[in-house]
Design a protein around this ligand. Sequence first.
Ligand SMILES: NC(=O)C1=CN([C@@H]2O[C@H](COP(=O)(O)OP(=O)(O)OC[C@H]3O[C@@H](n4cnc5c(N)ncnc54)[C@H](OP(=O)(O)O)[C@@H]3O)[C@@H](O)[C@H]2O)C=CC1
Length: 262
Amino acid sequence: MGIAVLSGVIASLDSKVDPQYPPAAKWESHTPGTVTPVIPQTDESQPSRFIACVSREESAKRLRGIFFNLGGLGPSVDVLVAENVKAVQQSDVILLCCKPQLAQTILSEPGLKEALDGKLLISILAGVTIIQLTAMVNPGTKVIRAMPNTPCKIREGMTVVSTIPQSPSMDLDCKIILNIFSSIGRCRFLDEKHFDACTALSGSGPAFACIFLEAMADGGVMMGLPRAEALELAAQTLQGAARMTLQAGTHPAQLKDAVTSE
Ligand SMILES: NC(=O)C1=CN([C@@H]2O[C@H](COP(=O)(O)OP(=O)(O)OC[C@H]3O[C@@H](n4cnc5c(N)ncnc54)[C@H](OP(=O)(O)O)[C@@H]3O)[C@@H](O)[C@H]2O)C=CC1
């Protein structure tokens, strides 16, 4: 999931500075009700350097290949193996993307608490609460939770971010978070009490949608359509229906009625 987020952020930054990567037409900014902001390119909160941490050399090799193939800023991502403290020392914002059960082990590495002091720690871990995370770091570390989903990779993600606690750097933290997550899709702030529901709905939602998508395509194949076209028809139909709701503000029930008229 960390790769999806980072790939999306890099694609977004590349689209701003390099004509080879033209900005995707972001229909979402025209959607009624969206809070996704337009942020000036010169904003100091814009990420400029990236370090990815892994524990195994084979993962590092895979990540370097992925980032190299992204082009643009991709090859500039530093991939470090078992050097979390060094990476955190060199960073202002840390995205924690390990499996939930590894948080304690990683955050208790010698020197990591000190390296995190005063910095923004954004955890995407499902089910690990802010209270639990706060207990694993020094009091000066600002802990935020985010729940993204895999379409972040193509900048069509949905990320929910926990409400930012009051602090002198609150406005900058908010800008940083929006810079990251609104560049890779939609971003909403919600109270942490909603996180389990968000994990089920949007965090895991792409898997549910794909079960339905595959079933629609299979239905098309059963009716005699070639597999590739059946999949394209099903995917574009789901995308179109979803966008009718987001862009045009049409209620799903209205959409359903509109295709079941006599
Ligand atoms: N999958 C999804 O759709 C979503 C997942 N999430 C959350 O994202 C998190 C990650 O999930 P997922 O991407 O599937 O997990 P992965 O196992 O694919 O990725 C975890 C990454 O953490 C690295 N890692 C593990 N241990 C260490 C360590 N000690 N030091 C540095 N890096 C380490 C791994 O590197 P290595 O392989 O080298 O150990 C790997 O790159 C989970 O907490 C999950 O709840 C949130 C939203 C959606």
